[in-house]
Structure formats: structure tokens, C-alpha cells
Design a protein around this ligand. Structure first.
Ligand code: SAH
Length: 354
């Protein structure tokens, strides 16, 4: 029995159906029962495994990409080296190891982590011992300085809302009760000016998703990079312009219904990169690039070969599988995408195109 199910059920009974966004926020971040607040969900034994947990090569290449971008922008000092949603801290640790020999980079870097979960903050502190990171609840707390930032599988955890086209209006998909159990429902249709542009590419019954927090966060990052310089690398699964229901729950690396086990399954939605790109002014965005293409351009194959030379047996097999998993179009290579945010088109980070 999930304590969170009772909390959600009685709240809906008192105040009516809740948006998917409210449901996601409560399930992921409830202080006592929230999915991220209470556990370490990553790794082979966890509910899901992310790119930095698959191989150190991912963080190394992102680190070198950021460092090159920092050099290209005149090696500003000091600068903010930030990560959003650092999980176990593995990605930042790999970035720091790979950049240790970039002259001046570590001296100039101030490490800032945006993380909501106290449990994960503790793990990050352990992983990043010796680097003195500072933690924040939101991006708005980042200092005014050149900003070099990574976010891997962060935006997919932000709360979305879903709307179903109905004539010239939109019905919101909500979570209510049916026979005392959590159940999807929908509101009456209303016109929604923020979805006016979607009247052009949808028909009755189509579902679109919005994620206002993602746009707000991106607007802040864009403003910082526009004002102080820097680069942001956003990596996530998703596409250019959302269409259809991508709200999903993962438990023990299997898809389950998002309503089945509130607080005990990871909830995500695909990232709408067009909405992010539209929010980054005055900074500019690169072309949306498949993760596999990006990592190949940064040299993952020679790096994989160099590491392979020191491995044999099971370790070698695992390493080869990891390379494939990160880059192959049938694995993460195509589903995951990268977008870069910089002050202007001349500063597009290595591996990406303006
Ligand atoms: N980047 C890591 C972890 C991805 S999971 C990796 O690639 O392995 C999502 C991360 O974002 C977790 O650390 C989670 O606690 C954090 N997170 C989710 N929503 C957040 C929010 N609104 N504010 C801050 N951190 C959040």
C-alpha cells in the first residue's frame, strides 16, 4: 500500500481532479513519499539507467565539449560550472576528471548544482568530495557569471500538462477518481491562447503536452548566457514539437501505468525541444542533434578504442555494449537528442551546428 495513494485520493475527493503536472510533482517530490525525495533510482539495480551511469565516456566528452566552448569564449574567470538534476553526481565527476588538464579550467570553475532531492544531494556530496559544490533549489539562484551548464534527463522529469483538441478548444486531461481509485478524466473544452499555434497542426482528439516550468528554466538560462556568455548542453529524450501522450512510468526498468504505484515509479514525459528553443532568447540554440551523432562527432569511437585497449573479458564486453547503447540508432543514439544554447551562432559548441 502506498501512503501517497491515500494522500492523493483524499486530496482529489476534497478539491477535485488534479492536473498531470500536480500529480507528477507530488509523486516525484513529496517530501516524505516522493520518488526522488526518498531513494536513489539509478543504475542496473534501479528503475532506470542514464547515460552517465552507462559509461564514463559520456561525461568525459561533455566535459571536453564544455571546456572547448569555455576556451573559445576567451576562458572567462571565474565562471559557473552548473548541472541541473545531477542524480548520483556521476556526470559532474566525469566532467571534472576529463577537464583536470585543461589549463585554468578548474581554477576558474565554481560548481553549482540544482537539485531538489535531499537524498540525492547527499549522494552528490559524496561523489564530488573535494570539489566544494554549492546546491540550489532553482536556476534563479545561480550567480551572475558566465554559465557553462549541462542537464541530462532533467527536463523530462518536469511536470507537464496534457490537452486534448476539441473543436477550437482544449480539454485538459486530469486525474480524478473512479470507484475510489485514481483514474484519468478530462475537463470541459476551453479556448487556450497559449495553444493557438497548435490549432494549425492538430485535429480533433489529438493530444498535446505543455511544460511551463521547462520554458521558465530555459528562459532564465538563456538570459544568463545572453548577458554573461557561456553554453548549455541539454540532453534528453524527445523531439521537435510534442504530439501525443508521452507521459510514462518506469519501475524496475519496465513500463507501468503512471497511476499504478504513485511515489514508487519514475514519471517522465518527452521533452519538447521546440518549446525550449523558443524560450532561450536572447541566447540562441543549435540544431537539435541526435545523441549518437553528437557523441561520434566528439570522438567517442577513438575514446572507446583507447579504453578498450586496457580491458579484456567481461569488462571489455560491457564496455563495447555501453558504446553501442549510447550511440546506436536502435538504442539511445536516436531517441535522445542534444541542443546547445550559446550567446550567438559563432559560439555553437563542438559537435553541434548553428
Ligand atoms: N542527470 C542525472 C539524473 C537524472 S534524473 C543522470 O543523468 O543520471 C532527474 C534528476 O533531476 C534527479 O536528480 C532529480 O532529483 C532532479 N530533479 C527532478 N525535478 C527537479 C526539480 N524540479 N528541481 C531540481 N531537481 C529536480
Amino acid at each position: 500500500m502506498s501512503g501517497l495513494r491515500d494522500i492523493l485520493t483524499s486530496r482529489i475527493a476534497q478539491t477535485g481532479p488534479m492536473s498531470i503536472a500536480d500529480y507528477m510533482t507530488t509523486c516525484l517530490m513529496h517530501p516524505e513519499h516522493g520518488y526522488y525525495s526518498t531513494r536513489d533510482p539509478f543504475g542496473a539495480q534501479g528503475d532506470f539507467i542514464t547515460a552517465p551511469e552507462i559509461s564514463q565516456m559520456f561525461g568525459e566528452l561533455l566535459g571536453l565539449c564544455l571546456a572547448q566552448s569555455w576556451l573559445d569564449q576567451g576562458a572567462p574567470k571565474p565562471f559557473t560550472l552548473a548541472e541541473l538534476g545531477p542524480g548520483r553526481g556521476t556526470l559532474m565527476a566525469d566532467i571534472l576528471r576529463a577537464t583536470a588538464r585543461v589549463p585554468g579550467f578548474h581554477d576558474a570553475a565554481r560548481i553549482h548544482l540544482v537539485e531538489a532531492s535531499p537524498t540525492l544531494r547527499q549522494m552528490q556530496a559524496e561523489t564530488l568530495k573535494g570539489h566544494a559544490p554549492e546546491w540550489h533549489d532553482t536556476v534563479t539562484a545561480l550567480p551572475d557569471a558566465p554559465l557553462f551548464l549541462v542537464a541530462n534527463e532533467f527536463f523530462d522529469a518536469l511536470p507537464i500538462r496534457q490537452f486534448i483538441r476539441d473543436g477550437d478548444g482544449w480539454a485538459e486531461r486530469v486525474i480524478g477518481l473512479a470507484d475510489g481509485e485514481l483514474a484519468f478524466g478530462r475537463t470541459d473544452a476551453l479556448p487556450l491562447s497559449e495553444l493557438d499555434d497548435r490549432l494549425e497542426d492538430t485535429k480533433d482528439g489529438d493530444l498535446v503536452e505543455t511544460c511551463t516550468p521547462a520554458q521558465t528554466i530555459m528562459a532564465h538560462i538563456g538570459a544568463m548566457i545572453g548577458a554573461h556568455g557561456g553554453a548549455a548542453l541539454i540532453i534528453d529524450y524527445g523531439d521537435w514539437r510534442s504530439l501525443g501522450d508521452t507521459f510514462q512510468a518506469l519501475q524496475a526498468q519496465k513500463k507501468v501505468s503512471p497511476l499504478d504505484n504513485p511515489g514508487n515509479a519514475d514519471l517522465t514525459a518527452h521533452v519538447d525541444f521546440e518549446a525550449l528553443a523558443r524560450s532561450c532568447a536572447p541566447a540562441v540554440h543549435s540544431r537539435l542533434t541526435p545523441q549518437g551523432v553528437f557523441l561520434e562527432r566528439l570522438g567517442i569511437t577513438p575514446r572507446a578504442q583507447a579504453l578498450a585497449a586496457k580491458l579484456s573479458g567481461d569488462a571489455l564486453e560491457t564496455h563495447i555494449a555501453a558504446h553501442r547503447r549510447l550511440t546506436h540508432p536502435d538504442e539511445m543514439g536516436l531517441l535522445f537528442k542534444v541542443i546547445g544554447i550559446t550567446p550567438d551562432a559563432s559560439t555553437t559548441p563542438p559537435g553541434l551546428e548553428p
